[in-house]
Ligand binder design. Structure first.
Ligand SMILES: NC(=O)c1ccc[n+]([C@@H]2O[C@H](COP(=O)([O-])OP(=O)(O)OC[C@H]3O[C@@H](n4cnc5c(N)ncnc54)[C@H](OP(=O)(O)O)[C@@H]3O)[C@@H](O)[C@H]2O)c1
Length: 288
């Protein structure tokens, strides 16, 4: 099992966090899919995928509530729960209320990691001070950010305690490799983990042609794997990256978990890079 070695990525029971998480955007929004979504999350936990990513934004809290139900019978200390605060709530006026509401929906008394969802108008210094206060109250164990490009990260670490940030959750998949130029190396050199969101490019919805791409199909055939598994294996190549694919069914979750066993070769990477080359200059961070 590939795990993250950074000390901030340990569960309360001391277990390591497995390098493939479970995304949950749009989960909990449709009642007819509820049982399949619950089964998907529980299947992921059984397969060792102990990091679950959510946000107060997702379904107006319904994703957090669904997770709360899915984990009710699971030893909380074995899990690593990540949630995100809206930028407009990431200051003195609202952060405590937001965090407590997330905890209530999740049915837990602490988050392993709390992220600023994206940069808003509240100064970093205030958000960081609030995050540190949540840590001292025992409501969160660590904090991080999301959707921040390299220049934002450079600014963040200048504010008091800004270096306590443990992760930047960013869009990263085979067809969006701009972050390889500077942001991923910057995070690695500062001891921070990158969480890769949309690692499946929403299974091709973000990039038409990706799923049927010749190189991707050929690599998948060579590994007797699915294209989804190869897309995940691509992001898993870098040891400080945790992809967080979202799945609504145990079948997809099982398939995704097996991507942890795939190691891509130099030949595979060259083939994948033919149509989706590594960046040779700075491009701005993609977001959805
Ligand atoms: N920080 C941010 O701003 C931000 C932004 C976007 C996302 N995120 C996080 O990142 C997570 C992942 O991103 P995402 O949900 O947008 O996109 P994604 O994980 O790239 O793609 C999800 C899509 O892929 C499908 N899928 C999953 N496994 C599959 C498989 N093995 N074969 C075929 N299709 C498969 C899912 O279908 P089914 O649902 O039918 O299984 C769903 O349609 C989110 O859920 C969220 O937690 C964060």
């Amino acid at each position: 099992m590939k795990t993250i070695s950074h000390p901030a990525f340990q569960t309360a029971s001391g277990a390591s966090v497995v390098r493939l998480g479970q995304g949950t955007w749009h989960l909990g929004e449709n009642h007819s899919r509820r049982s399949s979504e619950l089964a998907a999350l529980r299947c992921g936990i059984e397969r060792g995928l102990n990091l679950i990513d959510t946000a107060e934004m997702y379904g107006g809290g319904r994703s957090e509530a669904l997770i709360g139900e899915a984990i009710r019978e699971t030893d909380r200390a074995s899990l690593y729960l990540v949630s995100k605060v809206y930028p407009h709530n990431a200051g003195r006026a609202n952060i405590l209320k937001s965090c407590e509401a997330s905890l209530k929906r999740l049915g837990t008394d602490y988050l392993d990691l709390y992220l600023l969802h994206w940069r808003g108008n509240i100064p970093f210094s205030e958000t960081v001070e609030c995050m540190e206060e949540l840590i001292s109250r025992g409501l969160i164990r660590h904090w991080g950010v999301s959707n921040l490009d390299t220049s934002d990260m450079q600014e963040l670490i200048q504010v008091p305690n800004g270096t306590h940030c443990v992760t930047d959750q960013i869009l990263y998949h085979l067809a969006s490799r701009g972050v390889e130029f500077d942001l991923l190396p910057w995070l690695e050199s500062h001891g921070m983990t990158a969480m890769a969101y949309c690692p499946l490019a929403q299974y091709g919805d973000l990039e038409r042609g990706l799923i049927g791409n010749r190189g991707l199909t050929a690599v998948a055939r060579r590994h007797q794997a699915s294209t989804a598994q190869i897309l995940l294996a691509f992001t898993l190549q870098r040891s400080h990256v945790i992809p967080i694919p979202k799945s609504s069914s145990p079948t997809h979750t099982e398939e995704n978990a097996k991507a942890l066993d795939i190691s891509l070769t130099a030949e595979d990477l060259a083939e994948l890079s033919r149509d989706y080359p590594a960046p040779t200059r700075k491009t701005w961070l993609d977001i959805v």
